[in-house]
Design a protein around this ligand. Sequence first.
Ligand code: E4P
Length: 217
Amino acid sequence: MKFFVDTAEIDAIAELNDLGMVDGVTTNPSLILKSGRDIIEVTKEICALVDGPVSAEVVATDADTMLEEGKKLAGLAENIAVKVPLTWAGLKTCKALSDQGTMVNVTLCFSANQALLAAKAGATFISPFIGRLDDLNLDGLDLIADIRTIYDNYGFDTNILAASIRSANHMSECAKIGADVATAPPKVIHAMANHVLTDKGLDQFVKDAKEAGIKIV
Ligand code: E4P
């Protein structure tokens, strides 16, 4: 499973990128707001830092303006994936951009039917939102599994990009289901390294090493 980082914070992306943990980046208007940066400037910076796809989201809601915005974003760098919402206008924009060879990430997906439409419209990525479904007491992981089944049944090559990830458990469950990509905030990727037994075992080893007077360097 590929890891995308769900942030527009350059330092956090750079740290994970240096460790080989970054196969791409996703942003959205809320993440741009949080970064306090200009969308064009920060997107260019992220694209220069990371080799993989960098999703940058349109803000218009009508197809004509979305297409214009999408073309501008796609012109920023070779590795841009234009992010469009899963509305009828977004699907139209997806088809037009993907026909021109631009990568498209269709976002705000909450149902298997929506994912089916995005694949038909030529999406490179479909972004089902796990956490926001869980917030409503629905099962976001079930949606990932349903989309996996449907895409495999018909050989769609749209990548399932599990989004709205809130926990390390979401990451391992997505990997088990077979999501192509998961996009997670930096803190979730860091949390994947944690285990209470690792901490406990290390405390004991450190204690015993001191007692044994072990010195290696
Ligand atoms: C990424 O592409 C999505 O915009 C993001 O994962 C949404 O996450 P949230 O539901 O935590 O805002």
